[in-house]
Design a protein around this ligand. Structure first.
Ligand SMILES: *Cc1c(COP(=O)(O)O)cnc(C)c1O
Length: 368
């Protein structure tokens, strides 16, 4: 134990937080950052200016608390999502991580449980312990897919109060079929459980993949969460949101902090949404870089998963950590999720992607 962790252990910390480590994807300053699935394209200048203008306007009334209901933002988000959703169906927070935390505060907590199916987003167990919710680690099959039968059976067995389904899944990249989501919803309905589909990467999905937004109608305990951090290229703005039945947003109002979404955040998100076409223009390019990575990794004899996202998960590496280090030496950071034989890489700009693929080929001793 180092000095600080010994000092920490003297504090009257909650028992379920003892020995835990905080979320810690390395933030290393290298030229090519492909490790946390950000949109690596900078914002178009027109959008930067629109945000600056809207924020300047908001600054003139920063002596007042912001609109607690962020009505304009909810209306713009409902318009963006479509599917006949209105502002009543929408809730937003500081990143979809806060959305997920608020869901756990409202529907989880002591004596309750959250289930998700690993390998999946590493924040889920941390959000569970932060809200004193028991975490149940559901399982996928060996190739990391999840069938409707298996998922429903695991939910029936464990009866979690909340299920998080990550689709497209991080770190493996593949979306779930709607059959999996409805099977889990039906199984959870037997004990009145909530089902959340985390669609952080939905905008990058393959054209055959359908969003869980199409399932909301008539399903009171289904929530779809989204973020502006990935396709919108606004990870720094911290805006996530959900779509659900209006009464779900009422449940969340009971746990949100007053005025949790600052006037500056609201102004930024509103300006971005008013320029949605410009913002999403890069999505197609990112998808083509993603497809290029998948194709090239196969040529290199590796085993990439089907990707509905802006990143590619691949197996077939003898020593992933050595490859991770070799790339880092070349100024490229990717993600080592600790899953044997695998790494995960974000699709960058064309030149970033080329640099990654060329250095990887070199490290594997293949021809460029
Ligand atoms: C990146 C990511 C998020 C987004 O988190 P924000 O708090 O909105 O930045 C949510 N879920 C998953 C699975 C992610 O990978």
């Amino acid at each position: 134990m180092n000095d600080r962790s010994e000092l920490l252990s003297q504090l009257p910390l909650r028992e379920n937080l003892r020995g835990l480590s905080p979320y810690g994807a390395p933030q290393i300053d290298v030229p090519i950052q492909l490790n946390v699935n950000e949109n690596t394209h900078p914002l178009p200048q027109t959008v930067v200016e629109a945000i600056a203008q809207e924020v300047a306007k908001a600054a003139t009334s920063l002596n007042r608390y912001p609109d607690r209901e962020f009505t304009e933002l909810r209306e713009l988000l409902a318009d963006y999502l479509g599917h006949s959703l209105t502002a009543e169906n929408i809730w937003a927070a500081n990143g979809s991580n806060e959305i997920l935390q608020q869901i756990l505060q409202a529907f989880g907590g002591p004596g309750r449980s959250l289930m998700s199916f690993g390998p999946t987003y590493s924040m889920y167990p941390l959000l569970a312990s932060g809200t004193d919710t028991a975490y149940i680690a559901g399982e996928r099959s060996e190739d990391f897919t999840l069938s409707a039968e298996s998922a429903a059976q695991q939910v029936r067995e464990h009866k979690p109060n909340i299920v998080f389904l990550c689709s497209p899944n991080n770190p493996t990249g593949t979306a779930l079929g709607l059959d999996v989501i409805t099977a889990v919803y039906d199984a959870a309905s037997e004990h009145n459980g909530m089902v959340i589909v985390d669609e952080a990467y939905a905008e990058f999905s393959l054209s055959s993949t359908k969003s869980a937004l199409t399932l909301l109608e008539g399903r009171q305990r289904l929530i779809v969460s989204r973020t502006m951090s990935k396709a919108f290229g606004l990870a720094g703005a911290r805006v996530g949101y959900l779509a659900a039945a209006p009464e779900v947003t009422d449940a969340i109002r009971l746990v949100r902090l007053p005025y949790h979404l600052s006037a500056v955040t609201q102004a930024t998100a509103i300006a971005a949404l008013k320029n949605i076409d410009l913002l999403l223009a890069q999505v197609e390019d990112i998808k083509s870089q993603r497809d290029r990575i998948v194709a090239r990794l196969k040529e290199l004899g590796l085993n990439p998963s089907v990707s509905d996202s802006n990143f590619v998960f691949f197996g077939g590496l003898e020593n992933p950590h050595a490859v991770w280090e070799g790339l880092l030496e070349a100024g490229i950071i990717v993600r080592d999720n600790g899953i044997p034989g695998t790494l995960r890489v974000t699709a960058g700009t064309e030149s970033e992607t080329t640099a990654f693929l060329d250095h990887l080929a070199e490290l594997l001793g293949a021809e460029k």
